[in-house]
Design a binder for this molecule. Structure first.
Ligand code: A2P
Length: 316
């Protein structure tokens, strides 16, 4: 049984979840079935990953079969940028429930603080193709619609993703239901300790995406080192007779950050879950802290950096 963390809402979230970003339709169902068979209960989804229909089919199937009970699952999804107005957010909540074939999701996040032009494509581009077509929708309106989704029983817990500390504070200051979760990029080369400490002080739990450094993302810049080959991590892995990925996943959990490693391979899905039979020493935790390089992989500055709600223009 995987340890859980209790959120502000009272809900319990398993500390490891299955990441589904970049899991192709056609692959994600298989990965999800393997993950569920091997004990995963927390699944991280999003409207924008364009594979929720397939995930929903598996969820419906396993719940109907009785192999997994709905209440044992922890399903996260995210409101996409083209649904930020109050009205559109309400629509998005229903679309997400329909795709996932669920009556409620456990956690619903605002995927990004930036709003994009509503009503059409997921990635509406400007005429020159270089930027996203922005909307001036304010994420406080998105938040209000999410609070009402909680009241309506469609969502258990609400939170944020890719928000900076000032934006989080602004939501806190204008909310009836406070955010319970922040999901951000975090791994040993981009530890985000200041933002994580800020969240912990506010009682907000943190989930790390791209916890293994996401070698597969198209946003990765050339020349960025592979986290899974880092000499410090390799040494610690050897000492515990574990793989580098297992050391990274355990390190994250040990520092109090929930992780959602993505895999579609049976071998690696099992590997990423087999991380509860060792502990890192104080000295090893210090060594891990020392390899931070402040390297953001999902760097959208070139594309969205001039958006009024772009989150990454300040220190944290
Ligand atoms: P695959 O799906 O073929 O397993 P992140 O979670 O940081 O986004 O990283 C996901 C990437 O890392 C995917 O390309 C995934 O490939 C790969 N990956 C997942 N688990 C492991 C592992 N235990 N060892 C090596 N690579 C892994």
């Amino acid at each position: 049984v995987v340890p859980t963390v209790t959120l502000k809402s009272g809900e319990k979230i398993p500390v490891i979840g299955l990441g589904t970003w970049l899991s192709k339709p056609g692959e994600v169902a298989q990965a999800l079935k393997i993950a569920l068979k091997n004990g995963y209960r927390h699944i991280d989804c999003a409207h924008a990953y364009m594979n929720q229909d397939e995930i929903g089919q598996v969820l419906e199937e396993v719940i109907a079969q009785g192999t997994v009970k709905r209440e044992e699952l922890f399903i996260t999804s995210k409101i996409w940028n083209t649904f930020h107005s109050y009205e559109k957010t309400k629509e998005a909540v229903d679309i997400i429930l329909q795709q996932l074939k669920l009556k409620y999701v456990d956690l619903l996040l605002i995927h990004w603080p930036m709003g994009f032009q509503e009503g059409g494509e997921i990635f509406p581009r400007t005429a020159d193709g270089n930027h996203m077509h922005y909307s001036d929708a304010d994420y406080l309106d998105t938040w209000k619609a999410l609070e009402e989704a909680v009241q309506a029983g469609k969502v258990k817990t609400i939170g944020l993703s890719n928000f900076n500390s000032q934006q989080i504070q602004r939501v806190i200051d204008h909310s009836h239901i406070q955010p319970a979760m922040l999901q951000i990029e975090s791994h040993p080369y981009f530890q985000q300790t200041k933002l994580i400490n800020f969240c912990k002080e506010k009682g907000i739990e943190v989930t790390a995406y791209s916890p293994l450094g996401n070698m597969a993302t198209p946003f990765r810049k050339e020349g960025q080192a592979n986290l899974l080959e880092d000499p410090v991590i390799l040494e610690i892995a050897k000492h515990h007779n574990k793989s580098p990925a297992q050391v990274i996943i355990h390190w994250s959990i040990q520092r109090g950050v929930i992780v959602i490693p993505k895999s579609t391979s049976e071998h690696r899905l099992k590997e990423n879950f087999d991380v509860f039979d060792f502990e890192l020493s104080k000295d090893e935790m210090a060594k891990m802290a020392g390899i931070d390089r402040n390297w953001r992989i999902l760097d959208l500055t070139a594309r969205d950096g001039d958006h009024p709600h772009f989150p990454f223009n300040i220190e944290f």
